[in-house]
Design a protein around this ligand. Structure first.
Ligand code: G3I
Length: 392
């Protein structure tokens, strides 16, 4: 616990290392199936490219919209502002943009007394001109915080820092936002806290109430925006993900019982291609439990980590497409699900190149479009998922 100590960089690094090692443990613990068949996670039948045939290249945003769903992706200023062909593909396929990093504390807050909205404003203008929805990510997190925060935040000033940040940022974009990820990744059972919460300066300086405070300030600052509780690790039939699902449900129930203005759960959905503990029934039950609280659900950061798959591209593309299909066939059956965003649109720009590189050095292939902006079987899987989804 941080008893009035500064939340120093040492803790931020420890948190970062914990996150990476945790992921490393998960990967190491999972023995990769050496079989050459393509095994979908919920049925043991082999699939081929023919299983993902589509009859048209109608854009994903149109297919989603025909069922009352929103499809879009994370995008960033460097790629969208400099790569015209990527920007064109993004406009063609996406009905919503979420900035990958530009609305986080580090880019927005160069100093304790200043805000830099330049890149966020460029992206907001891009969405207006493209007649695309815009969503914000994220107002409260324990990562990617500016240096000054790590050395100056404490129990005395944390509430003012949090309230001032959310008020200023949300009011700056008020009326333009479809939704905001108000809090991001607030739980982590691996951190060993009694209530399953993640290490966070906000938790240590303000206690659990920081979550409710964040939602209330955001609601006052933009009553139009959908306010989202964004969380990772909610999809698998593992002890950790079960604990995460239970913690999230308890937290959401508690927040709602106190009248907190919270409107949706964001489930990040970073799928690990080598993780086979997928139980559709458990996921359906969880999504239904969330919906029964009166909340909407958004798939906020969907992609498939092919880091541990065999290098063969045909094999990998079928495996990745199978996992998009298996996951979305379950998730889109829940009518409280209103949107699907992939965490990136093309393999040309994916965070996995840096964060989940393959040991053989082959480029990763997690997203709907390849690095030449051509649709892959993953695109087909998304298209078929929207085509087969029940209308909202
Ligand atoms: O902009 C700086 C640049 O000035 C500096 O020279 C460079 C070297 O340090 O860093 C650049 O910032 C990097 C930033 O991405 C922009 O590229 C940060 O170091 C790097 O940590 C940051 O990574 C992002 C990560 O979140 C941490 O914020 C990834 O791009 C982004 O994909 C990832 O997204 C997260 C979601 O927000 C939450 N859910 C998980 C998801 C994946 O980790």
């Amino acid at each position: 616990m941080f008893n009035n100590r500064l939340w120093t960089r040492r803790h931020a690094i420890r948190l970062g290392l914990a996150t990476v090692s945790g992921m490393g443990v998960a990967i190491a613990a999972k023995k990769i199936s050496s079989r050459q068949e393509i095994l979908s996670s919920n049925n043991q039948q082999k699939r081929t490219a023919q299983d993902f045939e589509v009859t048209s290249r109608t854009p994903l945003k149109s297919r989603a919209a025909s069922k009352g769903l929103i499809y879009g992706a994370a995008g960033n200023y460097p790629a969208l502002s400099s790569d015209a062909s990527f920007k064109a593909r993004f406009v063609q396929e996406c009905g919503i943009l979420v900035p990958e990093n530009e609305l986080k504390w580090h880019p927005l807050r160069p100093t304790a007394s200043s805000f830099d909205f330049s890149k966020g404003d460029w992206l907001a203008k891009f969405t207006r001109e493209a007649k695309m929805l815009f969503r914000g990510h994220n107002l409260v997190w324990n990562q990617f915080m500016p240096e000054w925060f790590l050395y100056s935040a404490n129990s005395q000033n944390a509430e003012k820092l949090l309230t001032e940040h959310i008020t200023t940022v949300v009011k700056h974009y008020a009326g333009q936002m479809h939704s905001w990820d108000v809090v991001n990744e607030v739980i982590d059972p691996k951190h060993g806290r009694p209530n399953g919460l993640a290490h966070s300066p906000w938790l240590d300086f303000l206690g659990l109430e920081y979550i409710e405070l964040a939602f209330r300030v955001a609601a006052e600052s933009d009553p139009q925006a959908l306010l989202v509780f964004n969380e990772a690790g909610l999809k698998y039939d593992t002890q950790e993900h079960e604990a995460r699902r239970n913690t999230v449900l308890k937290l959401l129930e508690r927040l709602i019982s106190k009248g907190t203005p919270i409107h949706a759960l964001g489930t990040e959905s970073h799928i690990l291609a080598h993780e086979t503990a997928f139980n559709p029934k458990k996921l359906r039950t969880f999504l239904s439990d969330v919906a029964s609280l009166g909340l909407k659900i958004m798939v906020t950061e969907l992609d498939v980590v092919d880091q541990k798959l065999p290098v063969d591209i045909n094999y990998r593309d079928i495996a990745v497409a199978s996992l998009y299909q298996d996951y979305l066939s379950v998730v889109l059956d829940e009518k409280a699900v209103i949107a699907v965003l992939t965490w990136g649109l093309s393999d040309r720009y994916t965070w996995h190149s840096q964060y989940s590189p393959r040991s053989d050095g082959a480029p990763v292939r997690p997203l709907p479009f390849d690095s030449n902006l051509q649709p892959k079987l993953a695109w087909n899987a998304l298209a078929k998922a929207f085509d087969n989804a029940p209308k909202r």
